[in-house]
Design a protein. Sequence first.
Length: 364
Amino acid sequence: MGLTVLIADDETMPRTVLRNHLPWEQLGVTNIVEASDGDEAVEQARICHPDILISDVKMPRKTGLEAAEAVRSFCPGCQFVFLSGYSDKDYLKGAIRLKAASYVEKPIDLEELTQVLMEIVREKQLLESFTPRSLLAQPSEENNCPTEGKAKADQQLSALDSLIRHRENEKTEAALGRLYRELARCADSNSEYLRQMYCQILFLFLNAAQTYNVAAITRRADYLLYLAIQQETPEQLWGVLLQTARDYFAAASPGEADIVSRVEQVLRQKYSDCGLAVQDVASSLGYTNAYLCALYKKSCGKTINQRLTQLRLEQAKKLLAGSEQKLYEIARAVGYSDGKYFAKLFTRETGLTPREYREKHRGN
């Protein structure tokens, strides 16, 4: 049976482009339904029960997130893909809470959206024979490991949870190794218990990934549980679990240089946003404000705000020297809504007023 996709956007053009220019047949989609606002999206979803909802974030009557929350209540298997601009960053926090499959920034890159949809479809196909999570969440009474081994395993499971949440990469892998050796004694006669323990450990990673917004793990939750069913040996099960751990830490604990690089990327992309604050940068990268500010200053010897100011003034200099824009227009273009404040800041940092700088460097 083919898949059903619901496209919700209050503008006709994006809906038309998506309907006509995505490889629906290749994706196995046979039914495409459209909605022009949030309320209509919910109404259409009650009728067609979509497998995938592609929705703009900001729409009349109901936002995309409000519509998705309503659809989730009666269509729990639906996957969500949100289309958004950077100014929708507060809404995107809600997308994470909804466990959206993905969100794609506008203007829409059709190739990127196609890849997102292909991943969703691929996982849905793998899950056709999937056993519900509820059957795996708790070990059955008849599948218990010997009491002594089980007690040790339970203690190590509790310690493992703490290590995962504190992002202790090497210690987590070592703990997994110890836990595996403890459980291996049970495997020959009771492989089902080992499989259930695998699921419990996996839920530790999934819960931590939800806390730290590690989409690379939360988006694959059902697929990872599916693998728990498909693997035939304890070694295969543990191999999948170790790879999950490495994927989690690679996404949740990037190196200091990588974090600084990501901050720089956000600042360069968004410096013209007059409302941009350090808290916004931290939230977009999944870190607390205090942690990110401390790490950045330690690594770069300056604050994020100082780097943002530096970047904005660099761009202002280019515009002053190479354009005929008015000063208030340049101020807004580099992220300052108050022209007088911009002029005062520019003079303080460069020793020249914006007019003096323009006269001195015009055409350079």
